[in-house]
Every structure is written in C-alpha cells, then in structure tokens.
Design a protein around this ligand. Structure first.
Ligand SMILES: NC(=O)c1ccc[n+]([C@@H]2O[C@H](COP(=O)([O-])OP(=O)(O)OC[C@H]3O[C@@H](n4cnc5c(N)ncnc54)[C@H](OP(=O)(O)O)[C@@H]3O)[C@@H](O)[C@H]2O)c1
Length: 271
C-alpha cells in the first residue's frame, strides 16, 4: 500500500474499500476478505444505513482500532450545527468507536448558511480529537469558498465522482493547490466503464481494465475507494503498484470525458 500525506500530516492509504450497497448480511464476509487482502480504510455514510454492520464486522475480527480508518458522512438531513453533533454521536455508537478517522459533509447543497454551520461542528469535533480528518464530499470550488470565508480550518479532503467520463481535470488540480486531497468515489463507474481505449491499455500492461482506472487516479495523487464484495476483485483492486501508465495513455483516458455523471450535479442539485 502507498499513502498520501494530508494537510494535517495524517497519512491515508491511496486505496480504501467503499461499502455503499453492502447489505448487513454480507458485511462480515466482505470485511473479513478485505482485511485479509490488505484494506484498512472503510468508507461508509449515514445514508448507506450500514454503519452498524461495518462496526460489528470489524469488532468481531478483533482488529486493533488504531489499525483501521473509518470514514463516515453526515447526511443532508443531519446538517446544521446541533444536528451534526448529535448524528455524529449516533454514528460513533453504530460504528462502535469513540472517534472517527474521517468525517465528510456528504453533499454540499445550495444553502451557504447551513454549510457554514455544519463546518463549525466539524471544527469542534476535530479540535476535541473526536475526528482525525475533516473533509467534504461533492463540493465544488463555489461551495469550498463558503468555508474559506467562514471557517477556521481548511478541509483535508474532498470525495468526488471521478472516472474517465467525469475526469474533473479542472477541479482536481484546484483542490490540490488548496492542499485538499481528492478522493475518487465510484472510480470503476459502478462497473460501467468498459471502453476500447481502456481495454487496450490494460492488455498492454497485462492488467485488468479496473486496475487501469484505479491506477489512472493514483498517478494524479487521487485516492480511490472501489467497492467489491468479491475477494478476488478486492485483491485485484489493490494490485496497482507494480505498473505505471505512460503520459500518452493518461492523455488518451482523459480524452474519454463526456461529463456523463452517475449521480446528480452538485452545482445544482439539493436534497
Ligand atoms: N460521496 C459520495 O457521494 C459517494 C457516492 C457514491 C459512492 N461513494 C463511495 O464510493 C464507493 C465506490 O463506489 P460504488 O460502490 O458506487 O462503485 P464502484 O466502486 O465504481 O463500482 C463497484 C462495482 O464494480 C464492481 N467491481 C469491483 N471491482 C471490480 C473489478 N476489479 N472488476 C470488475 N468489476 C469490479 C463491483 O462488483 P463486485 O462487488 O461483484 O466485485 C460493483 O458492482 C462506494 O462504495 C462508496 O463508499 C461515495
């Protein structure tokens, strides 16, 4: 595993496991095989309704808490100062932890006052040592500017949709210039990114298309959190550090951009 150093000097693994849509009765097996494969960072959210099964699966494996990195995300309905603090406590209970490694605002929305208040709660949790990394998800530069004006602590991370069809080639360097580390969610485009260019590059490196998609992120210092229930594919998604893409291959992947998202556009959508 390789790591990236965040703006508060904490090191995060470049590859973590997303657990969106992992059902409660699948979690034990998914986490056991992922842990054995080498995953230490697990990405959940209040919205996924599986914090409790993730917490239980880790607990029963008997893994030392310090070995693991848990991410969870505050749901939109729980944004605001008091509601963030209250729902954070509930998340900790479900995860069976007394601190969370990374806490993210799941979706920015279009209410600047709410964003600023939520961030104040994040800063309090960080200052009290209850969260080690405070960050964002789906934030654009417009949303980040709210925190730049009202906040005291710059976010450490921003988890965004990124795949060859949504390359985020402007946002990523802009985040990195602000010392906010990008994380690509759904880096495999939820299994729907098979493309001739990617297949050819994969064949050349004797790697799989999924490994090419993940490597393309890593080479831009973008963390990835692919989800797989399958032990073989979990392992495959970690075997990324024995090959390197040529600049021309990265350019060819970048050219696949169509702007077609798998989810909503955070510039306009709110819920
Ligand atoms: N912040 C946000 O708003 C947000 C939004 C969406 C997702 N996320 C996070 O990002 C994580 C990943 O996103 P995602 O789960 O939606 O999609 P994804 O990781 O892009 O794709 C997952 C799909 O790809 C398949 N897959 C995994 N590895 C593969 C491989 N090596 N070869 C071929 N297929 C493979 C999986 O099937 P198998 O299980 O059968 O392997 C699954 O169907 C989520 O779990 C969640 O933690 C965050």
């Amino acid at each position: 595993m390789e790591y990236i150093k965040l703006n508060n000097k904490i090191e995060m693994p470049l590859v973590g496991l997303g657990v969106f849509r992992i059902e409660d009765d699948q979690m034990d097996q998914v986490i056991k095989s992922a842990y054995e494969a080498g995953y230490r960072h697990f990405d959940t959210a209040q919205m996924y309704h599986n914090e409790a099964s993730l917490g239980k699966a880790c607990k029963q494996l008997g893994i030392r808490r310090e070995e693991l990195l848990f991410t969870t995300k505050i749901d939109n309905q729980n944004q605001g100062y008091e509601k963030t603090l209250k729902s954070f406590t509930e998340s900790c209970k479900k995860l069976q932890v007394d601190y969370v490694d990374q806490l993210l605002i799941h979706w920015p929305g279009q209410d600047a006052k709410r964003t600023a208040e939520t961030w104040k709660a994040f800063e309090k949790l960080y200052e009290e040592g209850l969260v080690r990394i405070i960050g964002l998800s789906n934030f654009t530069l417009k949303h980040i500017s709210i925190l730049e004006k009202s906040g005291n602590i710059m976010p450490m991370t921003n988890q965004i949709e990124r795949n060859p069809f949504v390359t985020q080639l402007e946002l990523i360097p802009a985040l990195q210039a602000k010392n906010i580390a990008p994380i690509a969610w759904a880096p495999l485009r939820r299994g729907n990114c098979l493309n001739e260019t990617i297949i050819k590059i994969a064949e050349k490196h004797q790697k799989t298309p999924a490994q090419v998609l993940l490597r393309w992120n890593i080479e831009s210092e973008v963390m990835v959190i692919p989800c797989s229930k399958n032990p073989i594919r979990q392992l495959e998604n970690l075997e990324l550090f024995d090959f390197k893409l040529a600049d021309s291959e990265i350019d060819a992947i970048n050219k696949l951009h169509t702007g077609e998202r798998t989810s909503f556009d955070p510039n306009t959508y709110d819920f």
